[in-house]
Ligand binder design. Structure first.
Ligand code: FES
Length: 56
């Protein structure tokens, strides 16, 4: 599933970034070499990161 339409970032990419230590959507996007644009995806991305960190 695509999380961030502006950057075409997929859910599995956000999860992988979270597992690699990204604590926030901004950090996760930066680790993927991208940055938030419209910001619409940020709450959803944050949820995914929290979910992934809860599992880890
Ligand atoms: S959808 Fe992610 S910045 Fe726009």
């Amino acid at each position: 599933m695509v999380v961030c339409v502006c950057n075409a970032i997929r859910e599995d990419e956000v999860r992988k970034a979270a597992r690699s230590g990204s604590m926030s959507p901004c950090q996760a996007y930066r680790s993927l070499g991208r940055q938030a644009k419209c910001g619409q995806c940020v709450p959803f991305a944050r949820e995914i990161i929290e979910d992934e960190r809860a599992i880890a």
